[in-house]
Design a protein around this ligand. Structure first.
Ligand SMILES: *Cc1c(COP(=O)(O)O)cnc(C)c1O
Length: 359
């Protein structure tokens, strides 16, 4: 059996140790004679799994006590709609910062379900740099400011947390747990699990409790944060196995030393790859230095006709899923927590060898 290095942006690579543990526990979980997948979500055993996962996530992110942690479904995309539904019950509109494709999708849903105001956009610089705090033209009667911490497709990451009077709502799908954040600065943080946490099927929502009473009347209970908070995220049958696996990833992350420790490794990994790109005359990445993503590194080849060869040869070398998003082209390497530093070293060596042969 061989595990290759998988650079997919999501569903993404998981720690091998987590998969091994899931394998070992698959048929007979804790000597109970059944797998987690086959258990009632109301059983004592599963409730313990669920509570342990939440407690570990709270510890890893130092989530203050006045925040609820929800395990929902429907992905981050569903949260694009949940944000206006849950926050505009008292009127007003949403402020939105546009730094790329995911920000735009959130804005579009904000417009669809309420009123949305774009405070600034990176469009003018071709989505290569984030607007600074001074560039934000905030609508005064807004209920929140929504932004995306890390644009997974463009590889553009915010280098500051906006300072605003309204609650901050942040899509951290591809950056949650990759670097430390001060949760108390946010009203709402949400993240699909399949990038930096676990398998697809779960979206984590961390919401300050005073924001749980602002939902619009027509909000379906399956989209209502308060309904999830009041019911331990078990309004209906949750994605139990994905929840369990996410919990195993949290335990693994604690064993690695927590978010501080993994952030250091992540910075080292990203720096190695960006340096390799910058030091070559063959590969390039257009993003402003301050906004280069820690977790998603897009790059293009000097000669685009070599893309096919690059992809075929990298795959043969055990470096999987390097194809860039169709809207950007070229390549993209996602360096989430579960990507070992060795994977980046192997990628850099491959890129240098490819350049020697074709460049
Ligand atoms: C992947 C991603 C999404 C969409 O996630 P789904 O779980 O597929 O809905 C939204 N925002 C960001 C930043 C993402 O990376």
């Amino acid at each position: 059996m061989t595990r290759h290095f998988n650079f997919c942006s999501g569903p993404a690579t998981l720690p091998t140790a987590v998969l091994e543990r899931a394998r070992d526990e698959m048929l007979d979980f804790e000597g109970r004679g059944l797998s987690v997948m086959e258990m009632s979500h109301r059983s004592e055993a599963f409730i313990a799994v669920a509570e342990r996962a939440e407690a570990n996530l709270r510890e890893l992110m130092q989530v203050p006590d006045n925040y609820s942690v929800l395990f929902m479904q429907g992905g981050a995309t569903q949260q694009f709609g949940c944000v206006p539904l849950n926050l505009l019950g008292k009127g007003g509109r949403g402020n939105y910062l546009d730094t790329g494709i995911w920000s735009q999708k959130a804005l579009k849903e904000g417009r669809h379900l309420g009123e949305a105001h774009m405070v600034a956009s990176s469009e003018g610089n071709g989505y290569t740099a984030a607007p600074g705090q001074e560039a934000l033209s905030l609508s005064e009667d807004a209920a929140y400011l929504h932004y995306c911490d890390n644009e997974t497709i463009g590889g553009l990451q915010m280098d500051y947390v906006p300072q605003v009077e309204t609650p901050l709502v942040c899509d951290m799908s591809s950056s949650i747990l990759s670097r430390t954040v001060d949760v108390s600065k946010f009203g709402v943080i949400y993240a699909g699990a399949q990038k930096n946490i676990g398998p697809a099927g779960i979206v984590i929502v961390i919401v300050r409790n005073d924001l749980l009473d602002q939902a619009r009347r027509e909000t379906p209970s399956m989209l209502n944060w308060k309904a999830f908070a009041d019911n331990g995220s078990m309004l209906n049958t949750p994605a139990t196995y994905a929840w369990y696996l996410s919990g195993l990833v949290f335990e693994w992350l604690k064993e690695q030393g927590g978010v501080d420790a993994i952030e250091k490794i992540n910075r080292r990994k990203a720096q190695k790859l960006y340096e390799a790109i910058d030091n070559s005359g063959f590969y390039s990445n257009p993003i402003a230095a301050a906004n280069r993503s820690l977790t998603n590194v897009p790059f293009v080849l000097g000669d685009e006709t070599l893309n096919k060869a690059f992809l075929a040869e990298s795959e043969a070398a055990g470096l999987l899923t390097l194809k860039g998003h169709r809207s950007v082209g070229g390549m993209r390497a996602s360096l989430y927590n579960a990507m070992p530093e060795e994977g980046v070293d192997r990628l850099v060596a491959f890129m240098q060898d490819f350049e020697r042969r074709y460049g």
